[in-house]
Each structure stands twice: as structure tokens, then as C-alpha cells.
Design a protein around this ligand. Structure first.
Ligand SMILES: Nc1nc2c(ncn2[C@@H]2O[C@H](COP(=O)(O)OP(=O)(O)OP(=O)(O)O)[C@@H](O)[C@H]2O)c(=O)[nH]1
Ligand SMILES: [Mg+2]
Length: 309
């Protein structure tokens, strides 16, 4: 049957959703940013960096690809972990393509098998195996990983890439493009993400803490933006945010000796925020204790983690 004329309905392009799933640390958020060409998602080598599903919209002349970055799927230890998994699995419910990411340098194992079981249940979606971090893997490692990963579930295509070195991003793009249906652009061209600006600000701050702390501390941190004021006269955005931790000892670590760590976090966050907002930024950070918030569903929701508010 002939398609209706493009003179009447909206322009038809290749258009659809691509869920990026995988174990924590596989490189989902780094790939999201690399494909976007700008920072949308926070990244760090702490597992469970990403705490909510987020969309990043890539517009090209012939396509609109909506990437859905998700929290890493893992064995949960608390209410937060359960919420993160729930949020990630939801991305599989109604997607055109599922990209299952596997770190080329981390042995394929039970965690990947569990992810693959869920990928297999995403009915109607095309499946792409994405082997990440090819820049730090040997050819032998890549071969071994591919052989092991291909046994997990039947994939429709395979891409080996490096997000940090921007190697073969086009290969990923082409693989997805091939599987996208025709349709309208679902998002306006000037909307690169569905994340509200206060969420992005809180996340950018949290990223700096994740990158400067270790062990349990990064997991115990939650950030909330309390107020944002834009002063037109001086082109300055004033931001007040609270960093929550679970214990007094963690509060001491975040503040650091003589306030050194929090000062650094503030400086690093301000740099990113100025680029995000396109204005100068004044950032006031306070650290507070919210005991065991990761076990409390209502607190988790208040932070906007998992399925959010
Ligand atoms: N060498 C190298 N490192 C990478 C690459 N992609 C990601 N990384 C690193 O791997 C770590 C984890 O990356 P993320 O993008 O935060 O991983 P993620 O899958 O989003 O992790 P979660 O949000 O915790 O599920 C970071 O330290 C990245 O810099 C890559 O292509 N090459
Ligand atoms: Mg992530």
C-alpha cells in the first residue's frame, strides 16, 4: 500500500528507541555521551553510577535515534539496588532495539547471563551485542569475549567499539539505523534529553563526588538541588545543593581536611555546570546526614532515583 504523502503528515524518518543495558560499569553512559557528542549522562568507574533511566536524542537528517541509558543490572543489596534494576528493566518493555553492552575486559559470567535472560524477553526488539572498551582489550580478549557473549542469547548484529577513543561509533549507529522503523521524530530537535535541568545539575555534582571517593562512600551519596536562581544582569546562575550521606563519618570524608574535598568537588562541578548552562555559576554545597536512606523507598523516590518522584 502506498504511503501517505509527506506533504500532509509529519516527515517520516528512521525513528525509534534504543535501550542500552548491561552490567554496571560496562560503559553505557560513556557510549551515550560519545554518540551524543556532549555530556548528558554521568560516568565513573564506581559500579551503579547511573541511578535513573534517561533519554538522549540523536537527530540526523534521515533519522532520530532515542538512546535510553539505564542503571547497570546487578544483584541488589538494598532498596536502592532493587529500584535501579526495576528502572533498567522498564527500558526493555517497549523498545525497537536493545543494545546489550559487555566490557571486553571483564569476563562474561553469571551477571551477563542474567541480563541476557531479560534481553531475550524483550519481544519484537532487535538485539545488538556491543563489546565495549576495545581500546584496552587485546585481539585475543575480544575474540574470546565474542565467542562467550554470542552464547548468551541470539543477537541480530554485533559491534565492537571504544566510546572513549571514539572507535567504531559509526558502526553502532549503522547497526541501529538498519533496525529502526520509519516514523515521525518523537522529540523536538532542540530537546537533547528528557532530564529536567535540576536533575542534571544534581547528577553532575554527584559525579564529581563519585570520582573522588571510594568504597562505600560513593554509594551512600545522594544529591538534591534546593534552589536555582538566574541573575540576568551578571549572567550568573546561583545554585544551592545538598549532598546527603548516610553517616557522620561519611560527612567528614566528603568535606575533607579543612574542607578541601568539597572545595574540589565544587570547582569541578562548576566547570561542567557552566558548560551545561552556558552561564557563570555560583555553587553552594552543604553536606547533611540522612541515615540509611538507601533502604527507604520514599527517600529514594525523593531523590528521583529509579522510577523517580
Ligand atoms: N578504556 C575505556 N574505558 C571506558 C570505555 N567506556 C567506558 N569506559 C570507562 O568505564 C567506566 C564505566 O563507564 P560508565 O559509562 O560509567 O559505565 P556504565 O555502564 O554507565 O555504568 P553504570 O551506570 O554503573 O551501570 C568509566 O570509568 C569509563 O571511563 C571505553 O570505551 N574505553
Ligand atoms: Mg551509567
Amino acid at each position: 500500500m502506498a504511503k501517505s504523502s509527506s506533504l500532509s503528515g509529519p516527515e517520516q524518518v528512521k525513528s525509534g528507541f534504543v535501550a542500552l543495558v548491561g552490567r554496571p560499569n560496562a560503559g553505557k553512559s560513556t557510549l551515550t555521551n560519545a554518540l551524543m557528542g556532549s555530556k548528558i549522562a554521568i560516568t565513573s568507574n564506581t559500579p551503579q553510577t547511573t541511578r535513573h533511566r534517561l533519554r538522549a536524542v540523536i537527530n540526523r537528517d534521515d533519522a532520530q535515534m532515542v538512546l535510553v541509558d539505564t542503571p547497570g543490572l546487578h544483584k541488589p543489596h538494598d532498596a536502592l539496588g532493587e529500584e535501579l534494576n526495576r528502572s533498567a528493566l522498564k527500558a526493555l518493555e517497549d523498545t525497537d532495539v536493545v543494545a546489550m553492552l559487555i566490557d571486553a575486559t571483564a569476563r562474561v559470567g553469571g551477571g551477563d547471563e542474567w541480563v541476557a535472560e531479560h534481553v531475550a524477553r524483550a519481544k519484537g526488539a532487535k538485539r545488538i551485542l556491543v563489546l565495549t572498551k576495545a581500546d584496552i582489550a587485546t585481539a585475543e580478549q575480544v575474540d574470546k569475549q565474542l565467542t562467550a557473549a554470542k552464547k548468551l542469547v541470539e543477537f541480530d548484529d554485533v559491534v565492537v567499539l571504544s566510546a572513549t577513543k571514539e572507535f567504531n561509533l559509526e558502526g553502532f549507529y549503522e547497526a541501529v539505523f538498519r533496525f529502526l522503523p520509519e516514523g515521525p521524530r518523537w522529540f523536538p530537535a532542540d530537546m537533547p534529553t528528557d532530564q529536567p535541568v535540576e536533575v542534571m545539575i544534581a547528577e553532575f555534582i554527584r559525579e564529581k563526588i563519585l570520582r573522588r571517593t571510594h568504597d562505600e562512600v560513593p554509594h551512600a551519596v545522594g544529591v538534591q538541588v534546593e534552589q536555582i536562581d538566574y541573575v540576568k544582569k551578571t549572567d550568573l546562575t546561583r545554585i544551592w545543593a545538598v549532598i546527603y550521606v548516610e553517616r557522620d563519618s561519611q560527612k567528614g570524608i566528603i568535606i575533607g581536611k579543612g574542607g578541601e574535598l568539597i572545595k574540589r568537588v565544587g570547582t569541578e562541578a562548576r566547570y561542567d555546570l557552566e558548560r551545561l548552562l552556558g552561564t557563570k555559576v555560583f555553587l553552594e554545597l552543604t553536606v547533611k546526614v540522612k541515615k540509611d536512606w538507601r533502604r527507604d523507598a520514599s527517600q529514594i523516590r525523593r531523590f528521583g532515583y529509579g522510577e523517580g518522584l
